[in-house]
Design a protein around this ligand. Structure first.
Ligand SMILES: *[C@@H]1O[C@H](CO)[C@@H](O)[C@H](O)[C@H]1NC(C)=O
Ligand SMILES: *[C@@H]1O[C@H](CO)[C@@H](O)[C@H](O)[C@H]1NC(C)=O
Ligand SMILES: *[C@@H]1O[C@H](CO)[C@@H](O)[C@H](O)[C@H]1NC(C)=O
Length: 344
């Protein structure tokens, strides 16, 4: 309000100054004019006029002053209201400032956090970089593993094919093995039979009687001639298995039923003498050996053989026939032999 008053006073002064200058200029002019009185009158009129104007102006100014004062009062009220408002605003400002300070602190804290996070981000980035490298390496490894896997799978497939082929082979071999085993079983059976047969044969052979004899007649030269058929006693025994030939009687006695082989040789020496002997079984003549020496042919032999089926206790022997001779000496020229072919 004070400011408004000063402004009004200044406004009044300026107006008065301008009027004085105008008056002075008019006076300078009047001095040049001869009618000073006229001018003075004019001046006085002007002054009066100006006084009127001044009074009017004074009234106006009073009215304006009142207006101004009421305006000042108005403005004072407004000013007070504004002061109040200003205080409120100051309080709000303080609040705002403290909030700003708070926010700044928070901002700094946030900046620190951002810095930290940047650092972390950088670390994370570098970690990410190394992880990427590792990932690339892992990918490469995976690639090689995949390649190996493919190779392995190929090999597995190949092995499976081989396995299948082998399974077929194996099945065929199993068939062959089964048939071979079957044959083997059959052969085993046959072998068992053969074994028992062999055992039986062995037993048979072991149990089979062993019968063989061979003997020469005498060292005494001629035997005979005799008047009746006489048993020839072969005294020089070469072999007598089982002792079934009796060198004291000249008789062979069959120990078992069976088939036997007998052979004899009768020698003669000199002229006009007849060799004569015969093989007998139980008093029955079987084969004879007869020969007649001449003066040209002074030595002769007659021999024969026979296969006989005998019963146990059958007797076989040689007879010197009546009127004949048989000769023997250390050369063992006249012999009688026999053996069992097989029992029955
Ligand atoms: C008035 O007249 C005098 C002398 O003639 C001169 O020196 C002066 O400057 C004049 N004043 C004005 C305001 O013209
Ligand atoms: C071979 O013999 C065995 C046992 O006897 C049997 O289980 C199998 O099935 C046979 N195999 C063939 C191919 O005959
Ligand atoms: C005749 O037989 C006897 C055995 O009785 C023998 O020792 C001898 O050497 C035989 N003699 C000849 C010439 O064969």
């Amino acid at each position: 309000m004070r400011t408004a008053v000063v402004l009004l006073v200044l406004l009044g002064c300026c107006q008065t100054g301008a009027q004085l200058q105008n008056e002075e200029r008019e006076i300078n002019q009047s001095t040049t004019q001869p009618d000073i009185w006229a001018e003075l009158t004019e001046l006085r009129d002007m002054v009066v006029e100006q006084r009127v104007e001044l009074a009017v102006t004074k009234n106006e100014l009073g009215a304006r002053l009142q207006t101004s004062e009421s305006q000042v009062a108005e403005l004072q009220k407004e000013n007070e209201a504004q002061t109040l408002e200003l205080k409120l605003m100051e309080a709000r400002l303080q609040t705002s400032e403290s909030q700003v300070a708070e926010l700044q602190r928070e901002n700094e804290a946030l900046r620190d956090m951002v810095m930290e996070q940047r650092v972390e981000l950088a670390v994370t980035k570098s970690e990410l970089g190394s992880t990427k490298t590792e990932l690339a390496a892992a990918k490469t490894e995976l690639g090689s593993v995949e390649a190996r896997l493919q190779t392995s799978e190929g090999q597995v497939a190949e092995l499976q094919r081989e396995n299948e082929a082998q399974a077929v082979d194996l099945s065929a071999m199993e068939n062959r093995l089964n048939s071979t085993e079957l044959q083997l079983q059959e052969h085993k059976t046959v072998m068992e039979e053969l074994k028992s047969t062999v055992e039986e044969l062995k037993r048979h052979i072991a149990e089979r009687p062993k019968v063989a004899f061979s003997a020469a007649l005498t060292n005494a030269g001629n035997v005979g001639p005799v008047n009746t058929d006489t048993t020839l006693v072969y005294t020089k025994v070469f072999t007598n298995i089982g002792n079934h030939y009796n060198p004291a009687t000249g008789i062979f006695t069959a120990p078992v039923r069976g088939v036997y082989y007998f052979r004899f040789n009768s020698y003669g020496s000199g002229s006009s003498i007849f060799i004569g002997s015969a093989l007998y079984k139980n008093g029955q003549r079987i084969v004879s050996g007869l020969d007649h020496q001449t003066s040209i042919d002074k030595e002769d032999s007659s021999s024969s053989a026979a296969v006989l089926q005998l019963e146990e206790r059958d007797q076989v022997y040689m007879l010197l026939l009546s009127g004949f001779i048989v000769y023997d000496d250390f050369h063992n020229r006249s012999t009688f032999s026999g053996f069992l072919l097989f029992p029955m």
